[in-house]
Design a protein around this ligand. Sequence first.
Ligand SMILES: [Fe+2]
Length: 316
Amino acid sequence: MTQTPERRRSADADPASKALLFDYRQAANPVRPGLTEPIPYRCWGPELHAQGPSAILPLDLSDALGVPGPATSPGLAAHFIRIVGGEGVRAAATATSSLFYVLSGSGVCRSRDQLSGSEIHWQAGDLFVLPAGGTPLLEASTDSVLYWVHDAPLLTYLGVAPSAPRFEPTHYSGAWLQQELLALAAQPGSRNSNRLSLLLANRDLPSTRTVTHVLWAMYGLVPAGATQAPHRHQSVALDLIIACQPGVYTLVGTELNNDGSIRNPQRIDWQPGGAFITPPGHWHAHVNESGETAWLLPIQDAGLQTYLRSLDIRFA
Ligand SMILES: [Fe+2]
């Protein structure tokens, strides 16, 4: 029987030592099935949060990724939180950043650590972010569904816990987001744009221009009839679809054709209240054949990637 080079190398090592050596060619790119698992395509429909008792519903790919769960990507975890009116849910995570988008309902988020407390009154369309510290209690006045993304998987991997908050709890009202995006869309220069979006930022994080120092959030629309040119980035995207009619989809793939289109793309059809994952480095483009404007909210780890100068965003 032929021994694999990896086995031969392990047999050569001192069994009492943790030290190993690999031929460069065996270890230079360990992202492959059975080793460091590639990030898969996956989407989740709105039926996941359409009914049932109050619950946190993780979009958990930890088994496929071979990492502790819940995790939707190696560094981020996305969830739907369903809260029956009059009830409360604690959104506990050892994370530097938690982002909540309110798909439906209304209520209040109370967060308190040893030093201070905050109270954010939320309604459908609002987005708010919370730093490390405290365990937020989400109390719903009416039946509510929230999308929740945090970076606990990254901290679990690093083996660390946050030592200090890096920003203050921050609230972006849905009315403000929609007003500003519609104003952007109404500008003369926007008429021929097939991508109209606001990037959410924080005064305390001026250099990355992101919603937290780790997380990135975009409130965007895809006009009826738009076919975007593909783009890619090294951040993972956990995309939430806010609203759309049938006929809106994302094409995603690893290579481009000579004409700039995506080679052998996977098609992910949008559903209002659904979510899907766009793996790092994959080319993707949104297409709207529905006749109505479609609205989306991708959440990424692009705050961290920007700080590391590794985002590498490119357009076809
Ligand atoms: Fe993207």
